[in-house]
Design a protein around this ligand. Sequence first.
Ligand code: LLP
Length: 429
Amino acid sequence: MLSRLSETKMSHAFVRAMNSGLIGEADTAILFYDLSHLRERIEDLISLFPKSALHAVAVKANSLTKILTEIKTFDAGLEAASLPELFLAEHAGFPPEQIVFDSPVKTVQEIAYALNLGVHINADSFAELERVSELQKQKPSKSPVGVRINPQVGTGTILSTSVAGEYSKFGIPMKSHREAIAECFLKYDWLRGVHIHIGSQGCEPALLMKGIETVLMFVNETNERLRRAGLQRRIDIFDIGGGLPVSYHRDKEPFQMSQYKEEIKFRFPDLFTDKFKLITEFGRYIHANTGWTASRVEYVKEEQHVRTAMIHVGADMFLRKCYRPEDWHHEISVLDSKGNIKTGKDEKKYIVVGPLCFAGDMIAREIDLPKVEPGDYMVIHDTGAYTLSMWSRYNSRQIPKVLGYYEDGEKFEILRERESLSTLWEFWS
Ligand code: LLP
């Protein structure tokens, strides 16, 4: 069973990093990644699904190049949601067969580039299929091509990351276009795959399964039509997307990939036979629980009923938590200046704020914490996915140093140095 990292393990790694001289005075915030945990997550995923499956880990969840190259060592692939992400995947050394290109707004040049490279492409609309068709006529490509279908099975608890409601900006809606999608499979001899993605966090596995069920019915129906039309080909690639939710709460049991896989295999056994090549695109499940962030408490402001702990990361890295606090959660621990876990509960509640110049820069509101003092470190749990990758440039704060470690800190690797002021200058130039 894969669980979240414990406070004790984080404190252990923090002390080791400190004792190894990896946390300098300027490192007011440090991002940590447990690379042993990352390995466990990916190995677990690979071991569960058929050998032929392609596990294209979502680059957008965590785009650090050293993490991408780490992923490569496990024989997993990458899902790129933009041309620059495709560039990252190529430069990290992934072969085209292990890359899935998914952007919803691909230009003709981008499609041509991807077709030329031979990566798997998921088209997002009829218009995009038409563009692929034109390019295929000019120069046939060996890229496997799929089409993204919105199975319209409903939304999860977080609207901004739910993409399978009646309306979605992504994919082709199934209800109103079932026949037209089927006709594309009859018309285009290079079209082999279907792609779905239901949402990211907030969508129960049952909803994800409903998406698979809806599209698998369509696939079986269409394959029968292809057979009756005397065509040799069939839909043989099924991309189930990502979206398995992770636990951000201390007391909430996380969903296990093994359970999800068992349910898929039990209900849709065909997907586990050689009739289909499966593609997965998990991001959050791979990364969220492998990373955490420590930031020094610079000041503690006293009010009558509440204390405000002021730290060095805020809405620049925790965009969602600051702008949609009711949708997102991170557990927070407190370490003293030497890295030991602080325990107990202060008599006052705490507001934890970042350094940015606006009132909403709050990563926790009125929570219980042990007594916090300047010089302590706030540890924000489960920051491995969609945090650094969503970094905002507001106030030009420097991106913190990123440390990777193995075995609770027996071995460290700097995944990214703290951003320099000259790089910052380049960014704005
Ligand atoms: N595949 C596609 C087509 C996606 O759009 C996504 C996520 C994934 C895979 C990976 O989903 P995961 O397994 O990581 O849940 N915090 C961000 C989340 C956006 C996710 C977008 N797509 C945000 O609030 O914007």
